[in-house]
Design a protein around this ligand. Structure first.
Ligand SMILES: Nc1nc2c(c(=O)[nH]1)N[C@H]1C(S)=C(S)[C@@H](COP(=O)(O)O)O[C@H]1N2
Ligand SMILES: [Mo]
Length: 439
């Protein structure tokens, strides 16, 4: 046992009731106090944390001493100022104008499976539409018995559901097709977010309008200046698409399509039309820009790979990674990352420290939900030697995440979209991490 004393030398008991509020700062004294107590601290043998005098635990700090903000100071909460580095970031040379651009989720700063609303990557083609929900309409027309227009209030009278789904842009990891390029998992893999949506199954709205027998395709359309439109098979619309108005419990963020967006579970992000204003029912696909010149891959034989909707099984180690090096030296450590599959659940994740020669099972933790990201951990002892860290996901249908070589063999090097290959991080003996690939 050792005593805790505040800056006035008063002994504090465990209930810590003595809180002088107006004592002047006395840094010199604080140090002295700490060293006097240090011996007692060092004697306790913490596993990884044993250390000498630590004034932060032995001395009274400002946050113990002065009253903090009241409940009236933060009507809508924001992260601690000490978390300033946790932000979406863009890559300046990727696009000419921020209004038709992308930023990336800081995956290396997050844990668990849910992406906080303010950190979900953004991809828009014509800026963020600002829509008053009073002026929000959703039209269903085309091959239906009764064309309908819904207001937000109308939509909320239909039975609604909650589901956690990942959204991945098909171009995620697209810059890595020809070689390791961007140094950070935020940039290589950050075009993915994972959110709990509240919304109405699209099936109910289609039933209300009455899809005609010839109706086989849907064309959702955005209200933003890009008029984002994609052809979606009716079958998918009936299966699990949602017309969503809430994300993680609160209204969609403007960036994510406020007040209404289409949720297309497991399928490429481009189809998840934001600021949703209309869904047309037709008998064949429309061949819009985003499904002809874009979101299509040129194969080695000159043919185009089109209508590639499902996001295949994929994973990445988020920590350590180039933006999150190992700072604690060798010994006990935790590597962690995310795995997902647009086909369903992730069954297993393997981790390699030697560039894929040997694999160990990672530990999946947290909810295992279909078409949601899964969190994995690899708890191990680092010997301080360089590592080539990799993760490899396998989904419930036995689909295995491919190596870069396997993917290039199948798709060539002219592709941009649907790069789900295994990522390699080279960890140096100083703990620094670099994006590399194994040839
Ligand atoms: N109306 C509209 N919907 C859109 C887009 C857009 O520009 N306009 N971008 C699409 C693309 S390419 C992607 S990857 C996702 C991104 O969703 P997010 O901004 O919530 O991350 O929205 C899709 N829906
Ligand atoms: Mo996208």
């Amino acid at each position: 046992m050792y005593e805790l004393k505040d800056q006035e030398g008063n002994v504090k008991n465990n209930s810590g009731k003595k809180h002088p509020r107006n004592a002047p700062q006395d840094a010199g004294r604080r140090k002295l106090m700490a060293s006097a107590i240090g011996a007692g601290v060092a004697a306790t043998s913490g596993k990884a944390l044993a250390q000498t005098a630590d004034p932060i635990i032995t001395d009274v700090q400002d946050w113990n001493r002065y009253l903090g903000d009241g409940v009236d100071a933060r009507p809508y909460g924001a992260p601690s100022p000490f978390e300033k580095q946790v932000m979406r970031r863009d890559v300046s040379w990727l696009t000419a104008d921020p209004k038709s651009s992308v930023n990336f989720t800081p995956l290396h700063e997050l844990d668990g499976i849910i992406t906080p609303n303010g950190l979900c990557f953004e991809r828009h083609h014509g800026g963020i539409a600002e829509i008053d929900p009073a002026n929000q309409r959703l039209m269903i027309n085309g091959l239906v018995d009764t064309p309908l227009v819904f207001t937000m209030e109308d939509l909320q009278r239909f039975p609604r559901e909650n589901h956690v789904y990942f959204l991945e842009c098909a171009a995620n990891t697209g810059m890595e097709w020809r070689g390791a390029q961007l140094n950070g998992c935020q940039y290589t893999h950050g075009m993915v977010h994972n959110v709990m949506y509240t919304g109405v199954p699209l099936k109910y709205l289609l039933e209300e309008a009455g899809v005609r027998i010839k109706g086989k395709w849907l064309l959702p359309e955005g209200a933003d200046p890009s008029h984002m439109t994609r052809s979606i098979p009716l079958q998918k619309g009936l299966e699990d698409c949602l017309v969503a108005f809430k994300m993680n419990g609160e209204a969609l963020r403007p960036e994510q399509g406020y007040p209404l967006r289409l949720v297309v579970p497991g399928w490429e992000g481009n189809m998840w039309v934001k600021w949703l204003r209309r869904i047309e029912v037709g008998d064949q696909p429309w061949h819009q820009r985003e499904e002809t010149s874009k979101y299509t891959d040129l194969l080695e034989d000159g043919t185009a790979r089109r209508f590639t909707w499902t996001m295949d099984v994929k994973s990445v180690i988020t920590n350590p990674s180039p933006q999150a090096p190992i700072r604690h030296g060798r010994g006990q450590m935790v590597a962690t990352g995310l795995a997902w599959s647009g086909h369903g659940k992730v069954k297993r994740v393997d981790v390699s420290v030697d560039g894929g020669r040997n694999w160990q099972h990672a530990r999946l933790d947290g909810p295992s939900l279909s078409k949601s990201v899964h969190r994995f951990y690899y708890d191990f002892n680092w010997d301080g030697q360089p590592m080539m860290l990799q993760s490899r996901a396998i989904d419930e249908f036995g689909q295995v995440q491919p190596t870069k070589q396997q993917l290039r063999k199948a798709r060539g090097v002219n592709s941009i979209y649907h790069n789900n290959s295994i990522q390699t991080w080279l960890v140096g003996n100083d703990g620094s991490v670099e994006n590399v690939e194994i040839s």
